[in-house]
Write a protein that binds this ligand. Structure first.
Ligand SMILES: CC(C)(COP(=O)(O)OP(=O)(O)OC[C@H]1O[C@@H](n2cnc3c(N)ncnc32)[C@H](O)[C@@H]1OP(=O)(O)O)[C@@H](O)C(=O)NCCC(=O)NCCS
Length: 128
């Protein structure tokens, strides 16, 4: 898995990153950007998974915000999407705290999902 993530980082400049807490060096989750497909079209998604013992501390939101900044500032992305199962309330709350915009409900792998997106912040210069 890590080999695949490293390969994506080398090719595209982003990936799923393992996150460690600075003070303890403890691995707290996997959060980042990933080349995905939404309804058959290529997209870059931001996603998160935090170890259950550390839920509710704001870690997913903090790491996702840093990942989005990385994508817009260093990878010159115009749009990043995020999706989750309709009933994944925690994940949807992270999307809302990040200020992502709800786009629509859609089917992903035959299951009901919600689609959100973030666009490059206005006024941010595109470094190419
Ligand atoms: C989704 C997940 C990454 C969130 O991680 P986290 O570090 O706990 O997220 P944060 O602390 O940044 O934010 C969670 C928010 O959800 C809220 N929340 C918790 N349980 C909730 C519930 N049942 N309904 C609604 N909101 C809920 C928290 O209160 C918090 O919001 P707040 O800051 O306004 O209080 C974590 O639960 C996880 O790893 N889940 C399993 C993997 C997963 O589902 N990944 C997403 C797949 S698309």
């Amino acid at each position: 898995m890590l080999e695949r993530y490293r390969g994506q980082l080398a090719r595209r400049g982003f990936t799923w990153w393992p996150w460690r807490e600075r003070s303890s060096d403890e691995l707290v989750g996997l959060v980042g950007l990933n080349a995905a497909e939404v309804e058959g079209k290529p997209a870059v998604e931001v996603g998160w998974s935090i170890v259950p013992t550390r839920w509710g501390e704001g870690l997913a939101t903090e790491a996702a915000r840093a990942s989005l900044d990385w994508g817009f500032e260093r990878c010159a992305l115009d749009e990043v999407v995020s999706f989750t199962m309709v009933d994944n309330e925690r994940s949807r709350r992270v999307m809302e705290k990040l200020g992502l915009e709800y786009v629509r409900d859609f089917d992903h792998l035959g299951l009901p999902h919600v689609l959100y997106r973030a666009r490059r912040p206005l006024g941010q210069v595109r470094e190419t």
